[in-house]
Design a protein around this ligand. Structure first.
Ligand code: KG4
Ligand code: ZN
Length: 593
C-alpha cells in the first residue's frame, strides 16, 4: 500500500499531530516535499521556463516559453552561444548528458561486471539458464521500492512457484503516509526473512544450483528503500555467481498482466512449450492506478513503452485516501475501499429508489439516453452534490486529481459546516466518532459518491482517448490492462469493462495481490528481459565493494534510478509534473536498456 510519501519531518509530525494516538517512534526524513507521483514523471516536465523533451531518444530543449517573453534580438543572441567546437553550448550539454548515461549503461546499473552485450555473451547466458532447468528455471524477484518488502520465485515459463511479502501498513498507518526512514528500517529488518521464506516455500536448498537469476527493482521509488533490495540482490548474485536483472518498477506492474495464474507443476517438463504471456499479448494499453502511480501507457513490447498520459499532480489512490480521511472514514491500508463502500451505500439507499421511480415515469420514453436518465434521477435528490470532471477541456490523456480534492474540501465546509484548514493538521480530518454515530451520514455518502463519480468518469475519458490515439496510430491493441491497488474498485472495473467492450477489446485485471506491489511482477519483468537478454548484468564480482559489505552497511554507494521515466512521452501528451527535477531524472527505459 502506498498512500503517500511523507517527505519532510514537519509533514510527518503534522500528520501525526492530527491523529488521536501519536506513534512514539521519532524520525528524521528528507526535506524535499515533492509527491511520489513526480518520481514517475516524464522528463518533459517543465520545472522552469525551459522544458526538456525526449524525442527519438535525444534530448530536445525547447525554449518556446522563454523566447515568447524575450525581445527577438535577445532570443537570437541566446541561440547563438557557440562553443569552440562550432556546436552550440546546448548541443554540447546534451552530448555530455548522453555520454554520461552511456557510460553508466555500459557499466551496468547494479553490477560492476557490466551487461551481457555481445552475441557470445548472450549465448552463454542462454545456455547457463538452459542448464539450470530451461523453462522450469527459477528466477528470484525482489521488490523494496516503497512500503512492501516482497519476494517471489517464478519459472522462466511464467509459473509462480512461491511468494512472500511483509507489508508495512501497520508502521505507516498512524502517520497518514509513508515515512521513508521508517520504511527503510522495516525493509532492512524484513528482507532476509522474506527472501528466506520464499526460497523455503519453493524448496530451494542451494541457490547456486537452483536459481538462475535474481531480478530486483532499481527504480523508480524511494532511494533508501530501493537500496535495501538491491544490496540483497547483489549479495545473492555475488555469493552464488548468478546474473542480476535490474527492473523498472512500472514495467513490472505493466508486464505482470502476462503471468499465468495457473498453479505450477514441477513435472510440467513434458508438456508442450507454450508461448509466454498467455494473458496480455503485445501490443496493449495499460492503465496503472494506485496510491503512487497514475499513468496510461502504450505497450508495444518489452522495453517499448510510450507514456500517453500521467497525472499532473496527485495519483487517484492518493485522492481516494485524502477524501476518505476528510470524511472521517477508516483509512488503514488505504481509504479507497471505505470510500467505495460509502459511495455504494448512497447508490443503493438514495439513488436506486429514485431510479426505480424514474423508470416507471419514463417507461413510454424509449429515446432517453442513460446520461439524460441519470440527470432526471438526480433532479429528484434533495441538495444533490456534484463535482466537475477534471480536465474535460484538455483533449489529452493526462490526469489531475488536485482540483477534485479541493472540491471535496469545499463541499465538506459547505454541507457539513466543518472548516477544513489545510494549514492546521488537526482540522484536516473530520472526527470519525460522528461517522459511527451516523451523523450527517447521507451528506457524507453524497460527497463520497460525487467524488467517485467524477474520478471514475475522468478515468473513463482518458482511457477512451488513449485507445483512440493508439488505434489512430495504426496499432491494434489486443487488450486494456488495468493494474494498481485502485483497480480493485468494482465501479472502476465495471466502467472500464464497458469501455473495453465499446472498443471491442478485452480488459485484463491482474489478480489483486499482483496489482499491488509484489515480488512476482519483478521476477516476471526479469524473465521477460532475460528471454531477450535485455540489460541483464553479469554476476556481481566477489571482490567488488558491493559484495564485500554487509547489506545493512549504509555507506555503500549503490547506483539506483529513483527517478526513471518508463518511456518517452507521446507527443500529444502534456505531461507537466509538479516540482519534478529534470536534472536528476534517469534516461527513459528503452528496449536497449
Ligand atoms: O498499489 P497499491 O496497493 O499501493 C501503491 O500505491 O503502490 O495501491 C494502494 C492504493 C491506496 O491509495 C488505496 O486507497 C487504493 O489503492 N485502493 C482503492 C481501492 N482499494 C485500494 N481505491 C479505490 N477503491 C478501492 N476499492
Ligand atoms: Zn507500485
Amino acid at each position: 500500500m502506498r498512500p503517500r510519501v511523507l517527505r519532510s519531518a514537519a509533514e510527518a509530525a503534522a500528520a501525526a499531530a492530527a491523529l488521536p494516538v501519536n506513534p512514539t517512534t521519532t524520525t528524521t526524513t528528507t526535506t524535499t516535499t515533492r509527491s511520489i507521483a513526480a518520481m514517475y514523471a516524464s522528463p518533459s516536465s517543465s520545472s522552469s521556463s525551459k522544458s526538456i523533451r525526449f524525442s527519438g531518444g535525444e534530448f530536445v530543449r525547447s525554449r518556446k516559453a522563454n523566447s515568447k517573453r524575450l525581445p527577438r534580438y535577445a532570443a537570437a543572441l541566446t541561440a547563438a552561444r557557440f562553443s569552440a567546437r562550432g556546436t552550440t553550448i546546448e548541443e554540447d550539454e546534451e552530448k555530455e548528458e548522453q555520454m554520461k548515461h552511456l557510460r553508466i549503461d555500459q557499466k551496468g546499473i547494479v553490477s560492476d561486471a557490466g551487461v551481457y552485450t555481445t552475441k557470445e555473451e548472450k549465448m552463454f547466458l542462454k545456455n547457463a539458464i538452459q542448464l539450470k532447468g530451461g523453462k522450469n528455471a527459477f528466477i528470484l524477484g525482489i521488490e523494496t521500492s516503497c512500503d512492501d518488502t516482497a519476494c517471489a520465485i517464478v519459472t522462466k515459463s511464467g509459473f509462480v512457484v512461491s511468494e512472500a511479502i511483509k507489508s508495512q501498513v501497520s508502521i505507516h498507518e498512524n502517520w497518514g503516509g509513508v515515512v521513508p526512514t521508517l520504511a527503510k528500517e522495516a525493509h532492512q529488518n524484513a528482507i532476509d526473512d522474506v527472501v528466506e521464506e520464499c526460497l523455503r516455500k519453493a524448496g530451494v536448498t542451494d541457490i547456486g544450483k537452483q536459481v538462475s537469476a535474481v531480478a530486483v527493482t532499481v527504480g523508480p521509488g524511494l532511494s533508501m528503500c530501493l537500496r535495501v533490495g538491491v544490496r540483497k540482490a547483489q549479495k545473492i548474485s555475488g555469493e552464488y555467481g548468478i546474473p542480476i536483472v535490474p527492473v523498472h518498477h512500472m514495467e513490472a506492474h505493466c508486464l505482470v498482466a502476462r503471468v499465468k495464474e495457473e498453479e505450477w507443476n514441477a513435472n510440467s517438463e513434458e508438456e508442450e512449450e507454450e508461448e509466454n504471456g498467455g494473458v496480455a499479448k503485445f501490443p496493449f494499453v495499460a492503465l496503472l492506478v494506485s496510491g503512487g502511480h497514475n499513468v496510461l501507457l502504450k505497450v508495444e513490447g518489452v522495453g517499448r513503452y510510450t507514456i500517453l498520459g500521467q497525472t499532473l499532480d496527485d495519483a487517484i489512490g492518493e485522492a481516494y485516501d485524502k477524501t476518505a480521511r476528510l470524511l472521517g472514514l477508516p483509512v488503514g491500508g488505504g481509504g479507497g475501499p471505505a470510500l467505495e463502500k460509502l459511495a455504494k451505500e448512497y447508490e443503493e439507499i438514495v439513488l436506486e429508489p429514485r431510479r426505480e421511480q424514474c423508470r416507471k415515469e419514463t417507461e413510454q420514453e424509449a429515446h432517453i439516453t442513460d446520461e439524460v436518465f441519470e440527470k432526471i434521477v438526480r433532479k429528484k435528490v434533495k441538495n444533490p452534490i456534484r463535482f466537475t470532471v477534471p480536465l474535460r477541456k484538455r483533449k489529452t490523456c493526462d490526469f489531475s486529481f488536485a482540483g477534485l480534492k479541493t472540491n471535496v474540501r469545499l463541499a465538506i465546509e459547505k454541507h457539513l459546516g466543518a472548516v477544513v484548514d489545510e494549514s492546521k493538521p488537526e482540522q484536516k480530518v473530520l472526527p470519525s466518532e460522528n461517522w459511527d454515530g451516523i451523523e450527517n451520514r447521507e451528506t457524507r455518502a453524497a460527497i463520497a459518491h460525487a467524488f467517485q463519480t467524477a474520478a471514475v468518469t475522468h478515468l473513463e475519458d482518458r482511457v477512451s482517448r488513449a485507445l483512440e490515439w493508439v488505434e489512430s496510430d495504426g496499432v491494434s491493441p489486443t487488450c486494456l490492462v488495468v493494474a494498481g491497488g485502485v483497480a480493485s474498485n468494482q465501479k472502476i472495473r465495471k466502467k472500464l469493462l464497458q469501455i473495453g467492450a465499446n472498443h471491442s477489446i478485452d480488459v485484463v485485471f491482474p489478480k489483486p495481490s499482483w496489482c499491488t506491489d509484489n515480488g512476482v511482477m519483478v521476477a516476471w519483468a526479469g524473465i521477460e528481459r532475460l528471454n531477450l537478454a535485455l540489460g541483464v548484468e553479469k554476476p556481481v564480482p566477489r571482490n567488488s565493494e558491493a559484495f564485500a559489505k554487509d547489506e545493512k552497511d549504509r555507506d555503500v554507494q549503490v547506483r539506483l534510478k529513483p527517478r526513471w521515466p518508463l518511456g518517452e512521452m507521446d507527443e500529444r501528451a502534456i505531461g507537466e509534473v509538479k516540482s519534478s527535477k529534470v536534472s536528476k531524472m534517469a534516461r527513459p527505459l528503452g528496449s536497449s536498456d
